[in-house]
Design a protein around this ligand. Structure first.
Ligand code: UTP
Length: 409
């Protein structure tokens, strides 16, 4: 894109501030900026103009039925047989969503490269691969692994995996792809400048993972390998089971398009979004959208009716994903501290929120998938998220949970 086209485009969009320092830049800087402007994804304009209604009104919310632990234990052998067969037949692939910025943990570089070890190094990626390899060793096959990164961490992530020899996994079965970026705006909707030659861009949430995987040409690879199910998981849960045959088997046996690992709420007001039905479609309802009556509602067994908290471990049917990939899912607007160019020409992270980012969420794919099986896991055995350094969902709490599961740190 040349300067004149950029100027015309930005004037039409009311975003001319992006060219404020153009004349001060050298040739490389000018090219950087013009390329970044050319690549801006303008979907955020629609999201700003018509923000999604998060109030939950106009929805026909009801409890959803799922598989509780008692039932899973009773039918474990049956589910496991189906799941092992699917894994052995190469029908299951894993997709690690690792494009996030891990801002709450506050480390530079990929969150998965964080060392949670005490007496020896143990990286988050490494622990997750140990969990996956328990399954692949049992089934005698590898599960192809696709790793989503973003412009912010791609080079570091790929270098880290190479440096650590893919944690003992065959390199040919690990592939990386990049997610899209979205601009960040100030409270007047103006795109923020991060540097004189670069608008502030950040990963656009984890909801676009399948579209990005497809755009990277990896669906061909999936089909060539005969994959039918994709198990997506977050980088931060170090206890999660990946390609877990019991979960895979239960999802396949239930005939649904999607399985979701869930933890059951322990009290009515626990701050976790829960799976539900909206009319005939599965959906998620945030804790602040539940009325008192709904939060306290009990089923015939006396358990909370709205209890299934999703933990970002889903099994999606590939053919259905391909069918719905172009359907729009809500864009969430989140206020964040956005690194920006200050008046003195230095880029800094502000002390408090200074603008908005735009994100889609993987959980919002559940509705278009049309059907979901909530599958309860034992919290202490499968849920150790690392969001913060200390306190709730932290390195500290995850270490305790790992130790409780016999992992030597
Ligand atoms: P989180 O919502 O915890 O976000 O992501 P985050 O970016 O890692 O952490 P904070 O909020 O900045 O502290 C849940 C999962 O989704 C991935 C993350 O890498 C993590 O595995 N994710 C998140 C993406 O892959 N892309 C994104 O744009 C956002």
């Amino acid at each position: 894109m040349d300067y004149q086209s950029a100027k015309t485009l930005l004037e039409a969009k009311g975003q001319s501030q992006l060219l404020k320092y153009y004349d001060e830049l050298d040739e490389a800087g000018k090219n950087n900026l013009l390329t970044a402007i050319e690549n801006i994804n303008w979907d955020f304009e629609e999201a700003l103009a018509n923000p999604v209604d998060m109030s939950g009104k106009d929805r026909d919310i009801r409890p959803i039925s799922g598989l509780r632990q008692a039932e899973i234990q009773k039918r474990k052998a049956e589910f496991e047989t189906v799941g092992v067969e699917a894994v052995k037949a190469g029908k299951v692939a894993a997709v690690l969503l690792a494009g996030g910025m891990g801002t709450r943990l506050g480390v530079d570089g990929p969150k998965g490269a964080y060392d949670i070890g005490i007496t020896k190094p143990l990286y988050i990626f490494e622990q997750q691969m140990k969990n996956l390899m328990e399954v692949t060793e049992k089934c005698g096959v590898t599960v192809p692994l696709y790793i989503m990164t973003s412009d912010k961490n791609h080079a570091q992530t790929t270098a880290f995996w190479k440096e650590h020899n893919y944690f003992g996994y065959p390199e040919k079965d690990v592939q990386f792809f990049k997610q899209d970026m979205a601009p960040a705006v100030d409270y007047d909707g103006k795109i923020i400048l991060e540097r004189k030659d670069m608008p502030a861009l950040s990963p656009n949430g984890n909801g676009g993972w399948f579209a990005s995987l497809q755009r990277a040409g990896l669906c061909e690879d999936l089909h060539k390998r005969g994959v039918e199910w994709l198990n997506i998981y977050a980088v931060d849960n170090v206890l999660q089971r990946i390609a877990d045959p019991v979960f895979v088997g239960a999802t396949i046996a239930s005939g649904v398009n999607c399985g979701a690992k869930v933890i059951c709420k322990t009290e009515p007001y626990e701050k976790v979004g829960v799976l539900c039905m909206d009319g005939t479609q599965p959906d998620i309802i945030e804790y602040y959208e539940l009325t008192d009556e709904m939060a306290n509602q009990r089923d015939e067994n006396g358990d909370l009716a709205y209890c299934y908290g999703a933990i970002m471990n889903y099994l999606f049917r590939l053919s259905k994903l391909e069918e719905i990939v172009d359907k729009k899912i809500p864009v969430h607007i989140v206020e964040k501290k956005i690194e920006c160019l200050c008046d003195d020409g230095v880029t800094r992270k502000p002390e408090k929120e200074n603008g908005k980012k735009f994100e889609t969420l993987a959980v919002d794919l559940i509705k278009p998938m049309g059907s979901v099986l909530p599958f309860e896991v034992v919290r202490e055995k499968e849920f150790a998220p690392i969001k913060n350094k200390t306190g709730v969902d932290s390195v500290e709490s995850a270490r305790e949970l790992l130790k409780g599961n016999g992992v030597i740190l």
